[in-house]
Design a protein around this ligand. Structure first.
Ligand SMILES: Cc1cc2nc3c(=O)[nH]c(=O)nc-3n(C[C@H](O)[C@H](O)[C@H](O)COP(=O)(O)OP(=O)(O)OC[C@H]3O[C@@H](n4cnc5c(N)ncnc54)[C@H](O)[C@@H]3O)c2cc1C
Length: 607
């Protein structure tokens, strides 16, 4: 096995996570990124507890670094609608207003959803890559794919052609590898967005709430502001044509807008940027040795915070499968289950983020500003025949349309009966937005279906609630979190006891199930783990959380998803054997290592 067995293109969150997870499985990889340093301009900030669980497996030191960056939850709990940053809010959602809900959410994972700007997160991920002996991380290397070869170009040197066994396209929304493979993205473009990243130390005086998100409806501006750590902020607004000032003369545009929106506070622009809001999935996630993960495979509206988190989940789904192939002799067809399992999940994320985006209209429709009309205008302005009209003219038309929409917000500042009615309508609609910001059901409740999951007795794990997660060991679901004792008597999250290789069988009846597994003499490696509660009083809770009683067992694969469960004790041994022989015999045929791992830079054909 060489580092060129797996080459990952793109060291964003998806690619970096994959490289780190592969290393945990003993698989060396090469990962290239055309950038020398991580991007300053932040995008993501919502980091799901599930991503933190996955990164705990990938690199415990990384999770330590991220914990140090995590802001206290009572500083990231307010979502505000307002006319300007300093004015009285039109209304708010306080995510901490239901203490019971917080207790419930905390019970789902050892981690809590966090807010870490991507500009802070990515340097930590890159540091973890640099520290990993099995990862050959090449900064400043640009990749392309031509005539079946992957071209890797170091800075200031000609490209080298390599033909790795697997190429992972983690090269983001505008993936060149996806384009070269002729894989189209399907789904609508919803809006074009311009954004500014700025520092403003005195924006919120001490003692005032600093909202995590502010949806702003100012007479000269409408958009959303994200509060980041260290008095940094991102302010975003839609635009209709690339010749508009926000895209073409962005710094000047934002210097004009910022004083209006943030008042007299001093500010310093750190960077500006544009991005396209889409709800799109690649028509396939795999073409031969090319596998698409993260934004290269799917891109969603930012509303919901699913983009980066789903890329981390893609990597998690793929890593143990690549390890099973490269290290344990599994058939290459195992990789087909990547798309079978992930596509329905990311389809749901795309739908939910799009729903969240349009659901914001419930608040703003009385104002006459909606994301639906923005979508229609965006599609209209992108009609091919309009390309014949000079940019100057298009920019003027687009500016007028934008201004006509934005100026409707003037009605909000009027202190007359109409203004008051409008403000009340908007305030009344704000509580309808809660699902947008608390989606524990999707964060933990995404489940897989396909040939590796036993659906013969209970059927597939159905999509649950968006807002509420209902822990379940239904095959396909993520193993629910519960603290247990390991073999040395240490209290640990049950996920920590899931083996990276083979399947892990959790049961309270260890003696019986150890005998069953031994008698069955299966090729699939199975580690039997006792469900031991941290203290005797918790025993019932631990057993109930696994939903299989005192005699049953839950079988879990390396990414923590349940593949089989049974309450029947010894009587179920035939059923277990049949399932494993039909579904899993091809995954671990050799039952052991084909070849030990080596340090990444020892064998690369790129040297
Ligand atoms: C405003 C905004 C807010 C968002 N908020 C959230 C949020 O709160 N939570 C969330 O989960 N998601 C959020 N997202 C989405 C999130 O930012 C993306 O989903 C995420 O960055 C995708 O990660 P990735 O690793 O797939 O791709 P990227 O982060 O785009 O990384 C791709 C990498 O590939 C490299 N690359 C590209 N081409 C090449 C090449 N040819 N050769 C070598 N390297 C190459 C790039 O330099 C880059 O480092 C948000 C997005 C936006 C725009």
């Amino acid at each position: 096995m060489t580092t060129d067995d797996v080459v990952i293109v793109g060291a964003g969150a998806a690619g970096s996570t994959l490289a780190l997870l592969l290393a945990r499985h003993g698989i060396p990889s090469t990962i290239v990124d055309s950038r020398n340093d991580t991007r300053l301009h932040p995008a993501a900030h919502v980091v799901n507890a599930r991503s933190l669980e996955i990164w705990t497996q990938a690199s415990p030191t990384l999770v330590g670094a991220l914990a140090a960056m995590t802001p206290p939850i009572d500083t990231v709990n307010v979502i505000r609608w307002c006319t300007d940053v300093r004015g009285a809010p039109l209304g708010e959602i306080d995510l901490l207003s239901q203490p019971d809900r917080l207790v419930e959410v905390r019970s789902h994972s050892p981690h809590l959803i966090s807010h870490i700007g991507q500009h802070l997160l990515m340097p930590a991920l890159w540091e973890a890559l640099d520290a990993e002996a099995l990862v050959d991380f090449r900064r400043g290397w640009r990749a392309d794919h031509v005539d079946g070869s992957l071209l890797l170009q170091p800075p200031g040197a000609p490209p080298t052609a390599v033909v790795p066994r697997y190429v992972v396209a983690a090269d983001g929304a505008n993936s060149i590898l996806r384009e070269r493979a002729g894989i189209a993205m399907r789904g609508p473009i919803l809006a074009n967005m311009g954004s500014v990243f700025f520092h403003a130390a005195g924006l919120y005086p001490d003692g005032h709430d600093r909202p995590l998100l502010s949806w702003i409806y100012h007479p000269d501006f409408s958009g959303v502001m994200i509060a980041h750590a260290d008095d940094d902020y991102v302010l975003m607004t839609p635009y209709l044509h690339p010749a508009q000032p926000v895209a073409r003369r962005s710094e000047q545009f934002w210097n004009d807008v910022l004083p209006k929106v943030i008042g007299a506070a001093d500010y310093r622009i750190r960077s500006t940027g544009t991005w396209t809001m889409t709800s799109q999935l690649a028509e396939t996630f795999r073409r031969g040795p090319l596998l698409l993960i993260g934004d290269a495979a799917h891109r969603f509206p930012h509303t919901g915070g699913f983009g980066l988190n789903s890329g981390v989940q893609d990597a998690h789904n793929l890593a143990w499968k690549l390890a099973a192939i490269l290290r344990h002799g599994a058939s290459d067809s195992l990789l087909d289950t990547y798309e079978t399992e992930r596509r329905p999940v990311v389809t749901r994320f795309a739908e939910q983020s799009t729903t969240n985006h349009f659901n914001l209209d419930v608040v703003t429709a009385p104002l006459g500003i909606t994301n639906r009309s923005l979508h229609r205008a965006t599609e209209l302005m992108a009609m091919p025949w309009l390309a014949r009209i000079p940019d100057r003219v298009m920019a003027t038309v687009a500016d007028r349309l934008t201004h006509a929409q934005t100026s409707r917000t003037r009605r909000l500042s009027k202190d007359d009966a109409r203004g008051r009615r409008l403000r009340r309508h908007m305030a009344d609609a704000i509580p309808t937005q809660e699902e947008h910001f608390v989606a524990s059901g999707l964060e933990f409740g995404y489940a897989y279906d396909g040939p590796l999951i036993d659906t013969s007795t209970e059927g597939p794990c159905l999509d649950g609630d968006v807002a509420h997660y209902h822990p379940t060991t239904h095959p396909g679901a993520r193993l629910p979190h519960t603290p247990v004792c390991d073999g040395d008597g240490n209290v640990r999250p049950v996920h920590d006891l899931v083996e990276a290789h083979g399947l892990t069988l959790f049961t309270a009846a260890v003696v019986d199930w150890s005998a069953i597994v031994e008698d069955a003499a299966l090729a699939v490696p199975i580690t039997v783990v006792a469900l031991t509660a941290p203290v005797p009083d918790d025993h019932v809770h631990v057993i109930e959380s696994m939903q299989v009683g005192e005699r049953g067992a839950v079988l879990v694969r390396p990414d923590g998803h349940v593949v089989w469960r049974n309450r029947g004790g010894k009587d179920s041994s035939n059923q277990l054997r049949r399932f494993l022989e039909s579904a899993w015999a091809g995954v671990y045929p050799a039952g052991g290592d084909l070849e030990p791992a080596r340090a990444a830079n020892s064998t690369s054909a790129l040297d």
